[in-house]
Structures are given as structure tokens and as C-alpha cells.
Write a protein that binds this ligand. Structure first.
Ligand code: NAP
Length: 259
């Protein structure tokens, strides 16, 4: 079985490629560096020859509204068209839990366009919606930082390790298409500001985290349950504290400051 991972050099893509590599599976890590560009279509026809499964774990290099929409719309159309022409039997795409609740953001409007194109196509598919990655927590802090303060709404938050995201996508990629959306999330729920506070403290980052119901997440207002998956979600195993301990092990004694 040949599996092509579009965005195979990214955070999730590189972990996924490692997990999928088995003697009976040919796995291609595709990205612009290897001559495969989903936005322009360059290299797709060649890369998809003889392919059974395509996993799309790309992300847009720019999160500006028009750029991110152009990226996910054009890239998804290209992938679906080239896959149909090559006879690929399963399109797997990574999206985000709660996308339809976050449409004040251009990024999530673009992700919804991506999902809808897949659903409207004649390709067999599995859409995997994940909650935020543990690895993304520092970026959340950076986006909400003013001076030495990080203001965040105290909403529920159920993030997961990128490694668990890759494992879940890997299992879905080698199974039959579900032609539906599967949700995945972390094993525990937190309050967003508390988790960010724990992450920064473990990194000896001196920023103060403030719980503010009017603060924005990712530049938008979010409701209490906007970021958490529904009851049937498949949950990862890695607990935040264990991941944090591992990821801060190599820090120099003086710690590291965020953005
Ligand atoms: N961050 C979160 O917490 C979160 C939560 C749920 C879902 N997601 C979703 O997860 C997905 C992957 O995220 P990630 O953090 O793994 O992304 P990432 O680390 O930024 O990797 C993005 C990948 O896309 C590739 N790429 C960029 N432009 C491309 C193009 N024109 N053609 C082909 N490949 C291209 C990149 O290649 P280069 O190596 O050349 O840059 C890279 O391999 C995103 O769609 C995101 O929406 C994220």
C-alpha cells in the first residue's frame, strides 16, 4: 500500500510518516522541498501514481484571512482532483474541533471551506478533527501577550500531544474511509488560562497569565465549550504533565522566555 503524506515535513506530518513506515507500506513525505506543492499542483500527478491513501496535514504559511482561504481552498481542490485522476481510494484530512464555532476567525472559515470541499467531492474520505496540540500552547500564550501579561478566557480546553494526533491519523489512514468526521482530543479537560499558566511556569517564563472572560482566544471570542470535543471523541493517552516534564527536561537552568 502506498500512502502519500502531504505536509509530511510538518509537526504532525513528520511524526505520521515515521509511524506509518512498515515493510508492507510505502510512505512518501511530500512537501514543496521534495517538489510536491498542493497549492500550485506541481509534482502531484507523479507523487500520486499508484497511491491508495493521501493524508493532508498541510498548513498555510500565512494565516492572513485571504491567504489562508486561498491556501486551503486551492490546495484541497488540487488534491481532490489529482487524487480522483490517479484513482486514490481514501483522502484523509486534519481539521480542528469546533471549527464551526470559531468562524469569526479567517483561519477557521478556511478550514470549514476545506472540510466542505471534501464532503462535496466524490472522493472517499475521513476528516479528523483534533483539539489543540500541547505543542501549540506557547503560541497561544504569544498571541495573547501584551507587555508581560497574557490575558486568556477561562474556557474549557482539552488539548492533546502531537504524537497522539499522529497515531490517531495513522490508524484512520490505514482503515476504510468513514466518509464522515471523527473527533479526537486529549485525555483531560482544563481551563485554558490555567493550562497556559502551568506551561509557562514549567518553562520559567516570567509572563503573568490573567483569567479574563472578555479576553480573546486566537483573536476571537470563544464560548465555554467551543474548544472541547463532543462525547464520542477518541482520546489520546498522553497526559499534559507528563508531556510537559519531557519537553522541559532539556531547558537550561535559567529557563527560556517566550516571544
Ligand atoms: N495547531 C494546532 O493545535 C492544531 C489543532 C488541530 C488541527 N490542526 C491542523 O493540523 C494541520 C497540520 O498542522 P502542523 O502544525 O503539523 O503544521 P506545520 O508543522 O506548519 O506543517 C505544515 C506542513 O505543510 C507543508 N506545506 C506548506 N505549504 C505547502 C504546499 N503548498 N504544498 C505542500 N505542502 C505544503 C509544510 O511544508 P514545509 O516543510 O515546506 O514548510 C509542512 O510540511 C493544520 O491543517 C492545522 O489546521 C492544528
Amino acid at each position: 500500500m502506498k500512502i502519500v503524506v502531504i505536509g509530511g515535513t510538518g509537526l504532525i506530518g513528520s511524526k505520521l510518516v515515521k509511524k506509518l513506515r512498515e515493510p508492507e507500506q510505502e510512505v512518501v513525505a511530500a512537501s514543496p522541498a521534495s517538489g510536491v506543492n498542493s497549492l500550485t499542483g506541481e509534482g502531484l500527478a507523479d507523487a500520486l501514481k499508484g497511491t491508495s491513501v493521501v493524508v493532508d496535514v498541510t498548513n498555510s504559511p500565512s494565516w492572513e484571512d485571504a491567504a489562508v482561504l486561498k491556501f486551503f481552498e486551492t490546495s484541497t481542490r488540487n488534491l481532490l482532483d489529482y487524487e480522483a485522476a490517479a484513482g486514490v481510494g481514501h483522502h484523509v484530512a486534519l481539521s480542528v474541533v469546533g471549527t464551526e464555532r470559531l468562524l469569526e476567525s479567517g483561519f477557521f472559515r478556511a478550514k470549514l471551506v476545506q472540510e466542505n470541499l471534501i464532503k462535496a467531492s466524490s472522493n472517499s474520505y475521513s476528516i479528523v478533527r483534533a483539539t489543540q496540540f500541547f505543542e501549540f500552547v506557547q503560541k497561544i500564550a504569544d498571541m495573547s501577550t501584551e507587555g508581560n501579561k497574557v490575558r486568556l478566557p477561562p474556557v474549557l480546553f482539552q488539548p492533546m500531544a502531537a504524537d497522539d494526533v499522529a497515531s490517531a491519523i495513522g490508524r484512520i489512514a490505514i482503515s476504510s474511509p468513514v466518509n464522515a468526521t471523527v473527533e479526537i482530543g486529549g485525555p483531560e479537560q482544563f481551563r485554558l488560562h490555567e493550562l497556559v499558566r502551568r506551561d509557562l511556569a514549567a518553562r520559567k517564563d516570567p509572563r503573568e497569565v490573567i483569567s479574563d472572560p472578555h479576553a480573546r482566544y486566537y483573536g476571537i471570542q470563544v464560548s465555554e465549550r467551543a474548544l472541547v470535543p463532543s462525547d464520542g471523541a477518541r482520546l489520546g493517552e498522553t497526559r499534559f504533565e507528563d508531556w510537559l516534564r519531557q519537553s522541559t527536561k532539556q531547558l537550561p537552568k535559567a529557563g527560556r522566555q517566550g516571544a
